[in-house]
Design a protein. Structure first.
Length: 69
């Protein structure tokens, strides 16, 4: 499981990071984001790639975990 930090970045950069992360860690990723648009876009992307997705709120943002099924 690869951990990524996309806090401070605006879309589409977090989605691009998620895409690269899934290529290098095909079992799944966990990515930290700090704005609603990034949270929604990364979640949608991971779901479209066939991942099971969980989102948890943390201080100053969210952690999105996408695992291949």
């Amino acid at each position: 499981m690869k951990e990524l930090d996309a806090r401070g970045l605006s879309c589409p950069e977090p989605v691009i990071m998620a895409k690269k992360g899934l290529k290098s860690s095909p079992d799944g990723i966990e990515i930290a984001v700090d704005n609603v648009a990034s949270k929604e876009n990364v979640t949608r992307y991971l779901e479209a790639m066939g991942c099971s997705v969980s989102v948890r709120e943390e201080k100053g943002g969210w952690k999105i975990r996408g695992e291949k099924q």
